[in-house]
Design a protein around this ligand. Structure first.
Ligand SMILES: Nc1nc2c(ncn2[C@@H]2O[C@H](COP(=O)(O)OP(=O)(O)O[C@H]3O[C@H](CO)[C@@H](O)[C@H](O)[C@@H]3O)[C@@H](O)[C@H]2O)c(=O)[nH]1
Ligand SMILES: [Mg+2]
Length: 197
């Protein structure tokens, strides 16, 4: 293997309070063939799925707004984040999970989703791979209020914006969430809303 091999992998559990934090110690083979011991903390919160919900007639997208404590403790003044709908894969595959999350968080029941790419979001410390989808919604697909799971105290606000407004929010920093920026830019590059940029 060109960029080294690993052996003697040892995993020490540091925390399993909500998700799992492990310290992984391993031998890593360098380019010159010599071995060195390294260790990395790996935070395992499972894998996830995210979706850009869009409507072609109205040229709109649906986003969510929710309080995110980790951002509050790191400079986000009110702690609120505008994000695409997303969730952690609990049971089932990414496609099933994202349809369930859409219903739970936004109140829309959508039939078709299309996977567009996947990405490790923080590969130096977080194990998670995130599956990215797009899905068209129609007003008559709204069957509930959304808001997130009661037992998870999510308190999610559902926001409908024109695609143009969403791009402006991204440009001005009102949208600062990585997965949301990635999906909005994917839509822009691929002319998803057929709009001249
Ligand atoms: N009580 C408690 N709740 C927690 C804790 N950590 C997270 N939660 C809550 O558990 C819920 C998980 O909801 P999901 O909708 O399944 O996940 P998500 O937080 O929206 O995750 C999505 O966004 C993340 C951040 O961008 C992504 O990393 C993830 O893959 C997914 O796309 C959220 O309400 C979250 O606040 C904790 O330590 N304690
Ligand atoms: Mg969520």
């Amino acid at each position: 293997m060109k960029y080294g091999k690993v052996k003697n992998i040892k995993t020490e559990l540091l925390s399993d309070n909500w998700y799992t934090l492990n310290k992984v110690t391993f031998d890593y083979q360098r380019e010159d063939g010599s071995w060195e011991e390294q260790s990395r903390e790996c935070y395992d919160r499972g894998n996830g799925a995210a979706i850009l919900l869009y409507n072609l007639d109205k040229k709109t997208v649906i986003l969510t707004r929710q309080f995110r404590m980790p951002t509050y403790v790191n400079g986000n003044e009110d702690g609120f984040m505008v994000e695409v709908c997303a969730g952690i894969l609990e049971k089932g595959n990414a496609e099933e999970t994202i349809k369930m999350e859409v219903e739970e968080e936004t109140g829309y029941q959508i039939d078709n989703v299309v996977k567009v790419f996947e990405s490790y979001m923080s590969p130096g410390s977080v194990t998670e791979i995130l599956h990215f989808f797009i899905g068209e919604y129609q007003p008559n697909m709204k069957i509930g209020t959304g808001g997130g799971a009661e037992d998870e105290t999510e308190n999610i606000e559902v926001i409908e914006l024109t695609f143009r407004e969403a791009l402006d929010w991204m440009a001005t920093g009102k949208i600062k969430d990585g997965k949301t920026i990635m999906l909005l830019q994917w839509a822009q590059i691929n002319n998803l809303l057929n709009q001249k940029i």
